[in-house]
Design a protein around this ligand. Structure first.
Ligand code: AGP
Length: 613
């Protein structure tokens, strides 16, 4: 899940490439590099480490080229070293004619490497990517035109790629190619850009063209053209980026994650805007592309997703089964795509993805569609591959999410799923009065989240208790079980503490053996139908001298009395409690990670958008 930026125009490329890489660092940050063509010769600068270490290298050895490509890496093949950093050079006999950056995985690279080595191409790195650079260089020896050379080399590859290529002797040409990994073109007046995500392009232009699988693009300062490997010339569709460039600025917050946690009242408001219809006591979605009649025919829903999106889908399962009495299954997308799960023609498949580029979720979408099932998508990133390939869907409107640990997107997903449950239920047997009560509850969420955010100082107290822990158990019953899973994932992702989420009653069947002073138990236990049962479970941990942190309804003295730290959320109907209870868990993980000195926005080994299997 690397980040690619390319530029050709009137300005020096390296400052534009570097600021673009900074905006893509959420995709990978173990090494960075760039290459440009100046005076017909390829110049290259690369180094292991963050983008800032590349900037230090450029301070020592500036690059003046006005055309270039760049890369920030999430290693798939070979450790994070200067040699394995991108760009990689292609050529033989001491003439390196190609520089190339790549996002994806080449599965047949070993065989190609052997073939190329037998023809005199020498390899400097352990990466799969370097074979592509040499393949293009080999083609360039016969055609001497970068666009054609790249198109002739690509059919030899098995796997996925997003590529940026520059070639010696072609001072203002950048070639890009996409198969499986996202690439977007930025359309300027006398400049053109290439990037893995529009976030990197936004400061330069709002006009973008999203590349599809199999498309190759040739950029020059004044023009760009797209060819599909099989279909030939493509007329590009120009879209507009619908958010402000400063949406991805920190805005005075210490970290993107904290900024995005604090944005959640607005996030939920934006997710609900124009969708709640009081006169019908229901919610409407403009992009489902299914009639009420078709939705009433649905007898089963399957959600497929990964990570935090999978947890949101699980909340959706509880809500839709409770309100609409419709059976729901939640599948790990990576399992669903290969498991051949039986799906009948009255099953509706949804995939959920913040980025809209997660390879396994895209695979699940394609598998369901290949088997003839209309597949809808709940997505945040407009113009993403999943959004474009789905038969219909719902946008989250949460704006760009930069923090690797997803927070506001989870809340937007749960808000959308709560509205979807209301919509499906009102199409079946939910009364106008009950519908109105749920609609009003959803409308109250932004203010209630605001109240929870004001308890941040208390949450930091709980963080102090957990900073020295070895493990942590997160526990929730019913609709709070997925919230417990999400809380545990947040702690793991950014503080590197081991944590597990469980249905509370499951404790007695094993995990309770872990209870001691170094394994805090975090109970997600707002007041509701199963509260008394949860209190007994808290008692069981108390009896074993466990450390108890609880998220509960303000004024719940019984729970507060049992807890080492009690984190209150406002009184609220059960159907919206997950949207409130997750906020203290997000802030808890944030403050534990802050106290442990972890790199919160760029946690180790992770990337924001997982575009490889
Ligand atoms: C969540 O904090 C993680 N970044 C990760 O689990 C993420 O939810 C998962 O990779 C799915 O991403 P998506 O929603 O963009 O498809």
């Amino acid at each position: 899940m690397c980040g690619i930026v390319g530029y050709t125009g009137q300005h020096e490329a390296s400052p534009i490439l570097v600021s673009g890489l900074r905006r893509l660092e959420y995709r990978g940050y173990d090494s960075a590099g760039l290459a440009g063509v100046d005076d017909g010769r390829i110049e290259i600068r690369k180094r292991a480490g963050r983008v800032r270490s590349l900037e230090e290298l450029l301070d020592e050895r500036p690059m003046r080229a006005r055309c270039g490509i760049s890369h920030t890496r999430w290693a798939t093949h070979g450790p994070a070293t200067d040699r394995n950093a991108h760009p990689h050079l292609g050529g033989r006999g001491g003439r390196m004619t190609v520089a190339l950056v790549h996002n994806g995985v080449i599965e047949n690279y070993a065989a190609l490497r052997k073939e190329l080595e037998s023809e005199g191409f020498q390899f400097q790195s352990q990466t799969d990517t370097e074979v592509i650079a040499h393949l293009v260089a080999r083609e360039l020896e016969t055609v001497d035109e970068p666009f054609l050379a790249v198109r002739r080399a690509l059919p030899r590859l098995e796997g996925t790629y997003g590529l940026g290529v520059v070639c010696a002797g072609h001072p203002d040409v950048v070639v890009g190619a996409r198969f499986g990994s996202p690439l977007v073109v930025g359309v300027g007046d006398d400049e053109h850009l290439l990037a893995s995500d529009a976030v990197a392009i936004a400061p330069h232009t709002a006009r973008v063209a999203y590349l599809q699988d199999g498309e190759v693009v040739r950029l020059t300062p004044l023009d760009f053209q797209i060819q599909h490997l099989e279909k030939g010339p493509i007329t590009p569709r120009i879209d507009r980026i619908d958010w402000k460039p400063d949406a991805v600025e920190l805005g005075g917050h210490a970290h993107y994650m904290l900024k995005e946690i604090r944005e959640q009242p607005e996030t939920v408001t934006d997710a609900c805007r124009g969708r709640l219809v009081r006169s019908e006591a229901t919610a409407h979605f403009g992009g489902l592309n299914l009639t009420a009649r078709q939705l009433r025919r649905v007898r089963r829903i399957v959600f497929a997703a990964c990570g935090t999106s999978w947890h949101a889908a699980l909340v959706g399962e509880y809500l839709i089964e409770r309100l609409a009495d419709l059976p729901v299954e939640v599948e790990y997308a990576s399992e669903f795509r290969y498991r051949n799960a039986p799906l009948d023609d009255r099953t509706l498949v949804f995939v959920l993805s913040q980025s809209g580029e997660t390879a396994d979720t895209l695979g699940a979408l394609r598998e369901a569609r290949r088997r003839g099932h209309p597949t809808l998508a709940i997505v945040n990133t407009v113009g993403s591959t999943i959004a474009r390939e789905a038969d219909g869907g719902i946008y989250l409107h949460a704006g760009p999410e930069v923090g690797v640990a997803s927070t506001k997107a989870f809340s937007a997903q749960v808000a959308v799923l709560t509205m979807l449950a209301l919509h499906l239920a009102r199409l079946r047997h939910l009364s106008f009065a009950d519908g109105t009560a749920i609609l009003e509850a959803i409308q109250s969420v932004p203010d209630l989240i605001g109240e929870v955010l004001r308890t941040e100082p208390r949450i930091d107290e709980a963080a102090a208790l957990m900073t020295e822990a070895r493990n942590a158990l997160y526990l929730g019953r019913d609709i709070h079980f997925p919230v417990a899973l999400e809380g545990a994932l947040k702690l793991k992702e950014i503080s590197y503490l081991h944590a597990e989420g469980y249905p509370t009653a499951e404790m007695k069947h094993g995990p309770i053996a872990l209870v001691d002073r170094e394994t805090p138990c975090v109970f997600v236990a707002p007041k509701g139908s199963l509260h008394a049962k949860t209190l007994s479970n808290v008692e069981e941990v108390k009896a074993r001298h466990g450390v108890i942190v609880s998220v509960g309804t303000a004024g719940d003295e019984a729970l507060a009395a049992l807890s080492d730290v009690f984190l209150p959320i406002p009184e609220a109907p059960e159907v919206i409690q997950p949207l409130l209870a997750v906020v203290p868990l997000q802030l808890l993980a944030y403050h534990v990670a802050r106290r442990r000195g972890c790199d919160i926005d760029k946690p180790r080994n992770l990337a924001k958008s997982v575009t490889v299997e």
